[in-house]
Design a protein around this ligand. Structure first.
Ligand SMILES: [Zn+2]
Length: 1033
């Protein structure tokens, strides 16, 4: 496409960055100076860059059989292992091809089969799809379309059909138009399959049949009737808070307009349900390069056959453009969201552990990539060619194996690193600090015992709970007891260290009053084994609330607390995690002292970014020190007023810790939420003192990283710790051409220390396709991953750029991506038709949710701390969590089938979907709301709340009463399922229709226009469409 196609017309070209002759780079608001070393370059020093020692071979090849790899202990006592080499289908629905059978190159799926088209047509008519009449041209060129032109859009999600939307009169000024013309018209010939195999397969790949056998709608999927509420009256283009092309900028005068039928625009619920219906419950095998996994909202079983599971890595697109010109043209971010410690369900195989003894992992001599399925063995098995840098390496003698008739090693299926996408290595001493094995990590509990925390019972609650949760410290598979050691500190404006040595009759306290230069007053007896010191520890936890009962100290310190914990870990020469329980702005005289600098006047100004930045320069170097010593900080905050989350949260964020925040915490109401979080955090799977390196095949490289990370250079991602819920989003850029033959290969290696003190390497490999066809790129995109990337890069940018600029960039890039598709990939049609690629059908609605988030759009009811908090949470989210966060789940409860265990089908997040006879449950990963319509069925109210009517329901409760009736049981079970696997315990709020708190709830109805700004989905779609039309002209 010539760039001329993107010449913007006024007013866009005037004020917006990145529109015009050179398409904007998303990096515009990031740091432009990414000068990482090209792939193949050796890292000068450090564990990941260190060459494996040549060494003599401790062993020949391992014995045969599936159990030779020293499986993770957790598995040892469980059900029998899935036999490793053979990848048998887990259920009969799975395609059962022999893996890597050599003769399958030719069997690519044909283009769209006629049956799928026919089926599509049937479905469309079954869904009362509106016709999309003749297109309407933009006002500046050509005659306007007939006045009957109607918005029409539909088609089942993930169908081979691009989405087409006719602009309604909102987009263009001509006369008001009738919407929703009757009848269905045939769809244009399908040109794109999202489920095909783009590009040639790797030499050994086998064809896997497209996983979309039938395009059937999920059972029970409700066809929503448009009930387009009055709140949308007079839908106007408006994007308060800086949406480009708001009413003021529109060409032509505003006119009374008809509404676009929300049922005719792409529905996230339908996309989710369709993917579930077609791919849910199946086995997804990762044997094919570049294949698109099921959506993150679809439950399925994943079988590793050479590429990392999508639980570990998801990508914005599974087919990269061959050239950077193409990438610039499409402006689709090329990124991977990597969750290296993702939790794997019990029916999937845990990672195998490879142990090469003193020799360590086999690595490419040039680029240091680890042995993996992308290495090609040649010369009878004596050498191998690296898939990343093409260097030909000698096979170390101990690792030699003969090749079979197709050039594959005879032990291919016996070695995880040859046939699996993900596995672990036992690291040798070269990978350890100071070349000696690490000590097991430690947990240090640090409790703010200032006056208010004692008075409101928080300190007592924490101490009581610790007695229980310390029994559940994480341990490695076979360990009887956890190797983790524990320590305790309390503080207000001074620090109290406790000696809890097992030989003591009672704990001893040592006070450190000099908080400017914190030192650790005791080594022996501070970090202990919980098992050995249990009675002393319990004694201490019983005493702490009383010890400070008479204290009137209100002031606290904060940075010295972190420093004390870090120094204690450093003195003990071990990595670890600090659990800090803190409540107030640290105003006591000490490093990191903070003042109240909250200033609402900065909102919607260019200085708003200051509110997201730490107010002193103490915390960033402190975070750096913490990372350097493997000290992860998790912070439980209990603020009753402004505490400056942007400053307090910085160390937790940069050290891979978690920030929990409980506003106006009340022990009798909020304990359960906090205790669930604490238990979950202590028990979760975690790796310490980690360093991650992302290697790529030639032609592209990782250029930017987002997450709970610290980077001292451009390639090594350092993390004091990383747990199962944390994801790092990595952006890639071209530095050369990519080839369709060799694809784009990614290897993520995480060196870390286990909870038992073993040094390990966790390797995830993923092969993507490459294509010189834009259409291939578009059909391989994953919108959920795109939104994760956009959210993180935008939330990173808020530190440096005005929010208005960031929002504009997001809107522009959305329009560019879609305009490029429209121009280059869609079949010819009227210029005024909005055509969305199937894989990006819901990009506009999700993008609008991101634009409306309180981080990017200030609202009176979102405090500065809340915005900083949400910003921080999103920065470490994986794809599933960001999807739920930006588009909450809304489910009707009044239609509940108490005999069924399946969740009631979700509905779209719009007030028009609610009914006053109904009860609805909304969840976004942080909050859960139970919304009660004024005419909710009394028997349901009785069943859930044990009160006779709506009026009697007490909305102060944060937990539903545990009643024995089926309504209560089923609802609580549903809430449990929704909560499962989510990193934060969601706070429950009961909301009654037409009462004040409903205002908060309505902010989560993300398809509607925001109460304080933020477009409705319909309006936003029209705006995007208008932008696209401008770009296409
Ligand atoms: Zn290499």
């Amino acid at each position: 496409m010539s760039q001329q196609g993107y010449v913007a017309t006024p007013p866009y070209s005037q004020s917006q960055p990145g529109i015009g002759l050179s398409p904007p780079h998303y990096g515009h608001y990031g740091d432009p100076s990414h000068t990482g070393s090209p792939p193949g370059m050796m890292k000068p020093a450090g564990p990941l860059g260190a060459a494996a020692p040549g060494g003599m071979l401790p062993q020949g090849h391992p014995p045969h059989g599936p159990h030779q790899f020293g499986q993770n202990g957790a598995h040892a006592q469980g059900p029998p292992l899935q036999r490793f080499p053979g990848p048998p289908p887990v259920n009969s629905a799975a395609p059962s091809y022999a893996p890597y059978s050599p003769s399958t190159q030719s069997s690519y799926p044909s283009p769209v089969s006629t049956s799928s088209v026919a089926q599509l047509g049937t479905q469309l008519s079954a869904m009362h799809v509106n016709s999309y009449g003749t297109g309407m041209a933009p006002p500046s060129q050509g005659p306007p379309g007939p006045p009957s032109a109607a918005a029409a859009f539909q088609g089942p999600s993930r169908s081979p059909q691009p989405s087409i939307l006719q602009p309604g009169s909102q987009v263009l000024p001509p006369p008001p138009t009738a919407l929703n013309g009757p009848g269905a018209s045939p769809l244009p010939p399908s040109t794109h399959r999202q489920d095909g195999l783009p590009g040639p397969a790797p030499p050994n790949a086998q064809y896997q049949p497209p996983p979309l056998p039938g395009q059937t709608l999920g059972p029970g999927y409700p066809l929503q009737q448009a009930n387009y509420g009055p709140q949308m009256a007079g839908a106007q283009l408006s994007y308060p808070g800086g949406f480009p092309g708001g009413p003021a900028q529109m060409a032509g005068p505003p006119q009374p307009q008809k509404k676009l039928d929300p049922d005719s625009i792409p529905s996230p619920i339908q996309v989710i349900e369709n993917d579930r219906a077609t791919r849910g419950g199946q086995v997804y095998t990762t044997n094919t390069r570049g294949q698109i996994p099921p959506l993150v909202t679809t439950d399925c079983t994943i079988q590793d056959q050479g590429n990392a599971s999508p639980r570990y890595i998801r990508c914005t697109t599974y087919c990269f453009p061959c050239t950077s010109d193409m990438a610039k043209q499409a402006q689709i971010p090329l990124a991977a969201i990597i969750k290296p410690f993702a939790t794997i369900p019990s029916n999937e195989t845990p990672l195998y552990l490879v142990n090469h003894g003193e020799t360590g992992p086999v690595r490419c001599n040039r680029c240091k990539a680890y042995m993996c399925p992308f290495m090609q063995f040649i010369e009878g098995g004596r050498r191998y060619q690296c898939g990343f840098c093409s260097c030909v390496n000698d096979v170390p003698p101990f690792y030699f194996q003969h090749l079979d008739h197709i050039g594959r090693r005879l032990d291919h299926y016996e070695k995880p690193e040859l046939s699996l996408g993900s596995y672990e290595y036992v690291a040798t001493l070269d990978y350890c600090r100071k070349n000696k094995p690490p000590n097991p990590p430690a947990f240090i509990f640090m409790i703010d015992v200032s006056y208010s925390n004692i008075k409101n019972g928080l300190v007592k609650l924490i101490c009581e709970e610790l007695k229980t949760v310390l029994e559940k410290l994480p341990k490695e598979g076979q360990e009887e007891t956890s190797s983790l050691r524990v320590g305790f500190i309390t503080y207000n404006k001074v620090l109290h260290f406790f000696n809890v040595k097992s030989t003591l009759a009672r704990p001893q306290m040592m006070v450190v009053t000099d908080v400017s230069e914190v030192f650790v007053p005791l080594l022996d007896g501070f970090l202990v084994s919980y098992q050995e010191s249990q009675s002393v520890i319990h004694n201490l936890l019983d005493q702490i609330p009383e010890m400070f009962a008479d204290s009137n100290e209100n002031e606290t310190v904060f940075a010295p607390v972190i420093r004390a914990g870090m120094e204690a870990l450093k003195a003990a020469d071990c990595p670890g995690k600090l659990f800090i329980f803190h409540s107030s702005l640290p105003t006591a005289e000490a490093p990191g002292k903070l003042k109240n600098r909250d200033d609402k006047k900065l909102m919607n100004t260019d200085k708003e970014k200051i509110l997201f930045q730490p107010q002193t320069n103490v915390y960033d170097p402190l975070a750096k020190d913490c990372v350097a010593h493997g000290c992860c900080v998790t912070l439980f905050l209990f603020p009753s007023q402004y505490v400056d989350v942007a400053s307090l949260g910085l160390v937790p964020q940069l050290t891979g810790g978690t920030l929990y925040k409980y506003n106006n915490f009340q022990v009798h109401l909020d304990s359960q939420q906090f205790l669930n979080d604490l238990r979950n955090d202590i028990e979760k799977k975690i790796g310490f003192d980690a360093i991650m390196r992302v290697r790529t095949s030639t032609g592209f490289r990782a250029t930017d990283f987002f997450g709970g990370i610290y980077m001292n250079n451009t390639t090594d991602v350092e993390m004091a710790a990383i747990d199962c819920d944390k994801a790092v989003t990595v952006e890639f850029k071209h530095d050369d051409k990519l080839s369709e033959d060799s694809g784009a290969l990614i290897q993520c290696a995480v060196l870390y220390t286990t909870v038992s003190g073993q040094r390990r390497l966790r390797i995830h490999n993923l092969g993507l396709n490459c294509s010189s066809q834009l259409a291939d790129l578009y059909k391989s995109c994953e919108t959920d991953a795109l939104i994760n990337f956009f959210a993180k890069s935008a939330f990173k940018a808020v530190l440096h750029q005005p929010l208005k600029v960031i929002r504009e960039i997001l809107v522009n890039q959305t329009a560019h991506m879609l305009a490029c598709y429209r121009k280059n990939c869609a079949s010819p049609s009227a210029a005024s038709q909005l055509i969305l690629p199937d894989s990006m059908k819901v990009l506009p609605v999700y993008m609008n949710c991101l634009l409306k988030s309180c981080v990017l759009l200030s609202r009176p009811e979102s405090s500065t701390d809340e915005r900083a908090y949400q910003r921080q949470l999103v920065m470490t989210m994986g794809v599933a969590d960001s999807q739920l966060f930006f588009y909450p789940q809304l489910r009707p409860i009044h239609t509940l089938d108490v005999k069924s265990t399946t969740l009631p089908a979700a509905i779209r997040c719009s007030e028009s979907r609610l009914s006053e006879e109904g009860i609805f449950l909304l969840a976004n990963g942080l909050n859960m709301f139970l919304w009660l319509g004024v005419s909710s069925p009394p028997e349901l109210i009785q069943g859930i709340f044990n009160v006779p009517s709506f009026a009697h329901v007490n909305t102060d409760i944060t937990l539903l009463p545990e009643l024995g009736n089926p309504y209560s049981q089923t609802l609580r079970m549903i809430m449990g399922i929704i909560q499962q696997k989510r990193p934060y315990s969601m706070k429950l709020t009961i909301v009654k229709q037409r009462e004040q708190p409903e205002m908060v709830f309505r902010q989560f109805l993300v398809e509607d226009k925001g109460l304080y700004g933020g477009s409705s989905y319909v309006d936003f779609l029209c705006c995007v469409h208008k932008e696209i039309c401008q770009l296409l002209n």
